[in-house]
Design a protein around this ligand. Structure first.
Ligand code: GCU
Length: 437
C-alpha cells in the first residue's frame, strides 16, 4: 500500500514539475543576444503606423503624381537615413562577357559576365551567371536571384566558372568543387519561357562585421574614416547597390526584357531585394522570401526578431546604417515601418513568401505590413491583398501585392518556386505589367 502512495506522490510531483515548466516556458521568453523574444500575440503591444499617404507637411497624397514627385522621395529618404543608409553613386560600370555556351541539354544559352563595381578592376567584381531559353525569339523576362552561395554552388552545371570566394577570415579561397545536389531549378523557369540569373552577394561585400574591409563599402570610405557615417550604407544597401550595377549590365543585354526582371532573395537577401526594388524602379517585380525584421515585417509589432536583436553588436548591426540603432529601445518612435518599404515598390508587383513556423521572421507582421501598404497600390489602380484575414498555409494571394505562406520554416521549399512562376506569369505575361517612374 505504502508503495502505491509513494508512486502517487512521485506522479504528483512530476505533474507539478511539468506544469510549472510549461507555464514558465510560455511566460518566460527566449533570449537572443540577451534580449527577450516575444512569441505571444497578447503581448505584441499597441502601435500606430505612420500613414504612407500623408506628406511631411500634413497634406494628403491624392494622386500618383504627388506620390511619385513628393511622397515617394520623402519615404525613400527616410529609409536611407534611418534604416539602410545612403549608398554612393555608382562609378561607371565595366563588364566583360567571358563565356557563352549551351547548357541543360541545349535548352539554355549560358552567359557568364564579370561585373567590375569600381574603376579599379583588380578587386570588387562579381560573376553574373545568366541562362536564357535557347528557343526564344524575343527578349525574355528574367528571374534574378541574389544567392547565399557562389554561382557554381547555386546551380548544378559543370560549365560554371568556379572562381574564388572569401572565407570568414577574409582570405580568398577557391570555391569548393562540390556542385549542389538540389540547386536552383533553372529548367523549371526555362520551360515557362523565363531566363534565370544569379549573383553571389558576398562578391559585393562579405557578410560579417569586418567584411567592410574587403567589400565595396570599404572602397568608398572617405579618406581618414574607418566606418561609414551613421546615415551611410550598411551591408544590405551595399548588396542592393550591387544589384543595381547588375541591372546596368542587364540593360545592355538585348536578349533580356529588362522591364520584366523579378528580383528574388531569401532572408537577409529578402531584405536586400526589397531595398533594391524600393530604390531602383527598373526592377519590375520583387519576390522576398522570409525577409522578416528590417524587411517586410512590421518593426513596431513586438513579435519575433526586433530592431534591438538585429542591431545588437554581436549580431547584424553592420547590415544597416548605424542610425537604425536609435529605434532599438522603442521602434514606435521611428518615422518609418515595413509597410512604407513595401509602398516604395508600388505599383510594381511584389510577392511576400513566408513560413508558418518561422516565428522569428514574423509572417503575420509581413501580412499586416502588406495590408497597410494597400492604399498606395490602390492609388495606382492596383490590387493589394484585399483581405484582413491571414490566408492559411499553402493558400496564395497573387494580386499586385501577393502573399504566400508555406507550411514550414525559414527559407524556401521547392514547391514555393511554382508559386513564384505563377506570380511571374500572371503579372509579366497575362497582365503585361511594366512600370517605370
Ligand atoms: C538571422 C537574422 C535575420 C535574417 C536571417 C538570415 O536569423 O536575425 O534577420 O533574416 O538571419 O538572413 O538568414
Amino acid at each position: 500500500m505504502s508503495n502505491i502512495f509513494t508512486k502517487l506522490k512521485y506522479l504528483l510531483f512530476f505533474l507539478l514539475l511539468t506544469h510549472s515548466y510549461l507555464s514558465c516556458s510560455q511566460n518566460f521568453p527566449d533570449l537572443v543576444a540577451g534580449i527577450p523574444v516575444n512569441y505571444d500575440e497578447s503581448l505584441v503591444g499597441e502601435y500606430e503606423l505612420p500613414d504612407p499617404l500623408i506628406l511631411k507637411n500634413g497634406q494628403r497624397v491624392t494622386d500618383t503624381t504627388i506620390w511619385i514627385k513628393q511622397r515617394r522621395p520623402e519615404i525613400l529618404e527616410m529609409f536611407q537615413k534611418y534604416q539602410f543608409g545612403k549608398a554612393p553613386c555608382r562609378e561607371e560600370l565595366s563588364f566583360r562577357i567571358f563565356e557563352e555556351g549551351s547548357a541543360f541539354d541545349g535548352k539554355a544559352i549560358r552567359r557568364q559576365v564579370t561585373l567590375y563595381f569600381t574603376k579599379d578592376t583588380t578587386a570588387h567584381k562579381a560573376d553574373l551567371l545568366i541562362y536564357l531559353p535557347s528557343n526564344s525569339k524575343k527578349p525574355v523576362p528574367l528571374f534574378f536571384n541574389i544567392s547565399f552561395l557562389p554561382n557554381a554552388l547555386t546551380i548544378n552545371d559543370p560549365g560554371i566558372r568556379r572562381g574564388m570566394m572569401r572565407n570568414k577570415e577574409g582570405k580568398l579561397i577557391s570555391v569548393p568543387d562540390t556542385p549542389p545536389k538540389n540547386g536552383l531549378n533553372v529548367e523549371k523557369f526555362l520551360s515557362e519561357g523565363f531566363g534565370v540569373a544569379t549573383i553571389y552577394y558576398q562578391d559585393i561585400e562579405p557578410d560579417f562585421a569586418e567584411g567592410i574591409r574587403y567589400g565595396v563599402r570599404g572602397y568608398f570610405l572617405k579618406p581618414g574614416s574607418t566606418y561609414p557615417a551613421p546615415g551611410e550604407w550598411g551591408a544590405i544597401a551595399a548588396w542592393a547597390w550591387g544589384l543595381s550595377c547588375a541591372m546596368d549590365y542587364l540593360e545592355t543585354d538585348r536578349d533580356i526584357d529588362t522591364r520584366k526582371v523579378a528580383l528574388f532573395g531569401i532572408s537577409r537577401l529578402g531584405k536586400t531585394v526589397l531595398w533594391a526594388g524600393a530604390r531602383d524602379s527598373r526592377f519590375g517585380m520583387v519576390i522576398a522570401s522570409c525577409s522578416g525584421e528590417g524587411g517586410a515585417a512590421l518593426s513596431m509589432r513586438n513579435y519575433g526578431e526586433t530592431i534591438a536583436h538585429i542591431m545588437a553588436p554581436s549580431r547584424y548591426f553592420y547590415q544597416f546604417c548605424s542610425n537604425r540603432a536609435q529605434f532599438a529601445d522603442d521602434p514606435r518612435t521611428s518615422p518609418i515601418d515595413a509597410h512604407m518599404l513595401i509602398s516604395l515598390i508600388a505599383p510594381r508587383p511584389l510577392l511576400l513568401q513566408t513560413g508558418d513556423s518561422d516565428g522569428w521572421s514574423d509572417p503575420k507582421g509581413e501580412f499586416l505590413a502588406a495590408i497597410a501598404a494597400e492604399p498606395v497600390y490602390r492609388l495606382f489602380g492596383k490590387r493589394g491583398l484585399e483581405t484582413k484575414v491571414m490566408p492559411d498555409p499553402g493558400e496564395a494571394i497573387l494580386h499586385d501585392v501577393g502573399y504566400y505562406m508555406h507550411a514550414g520554416g525559414h527559407g524556401t521549399l521547392p514547391s514555393d518556386y511554382d508559386i513564384f512562376i505563377k506570380f511571374m506569369k500572371k503579372h509579366f505575361i497575362e497582365d503585361g505589367s511594366q512600370f517605370t517612374y
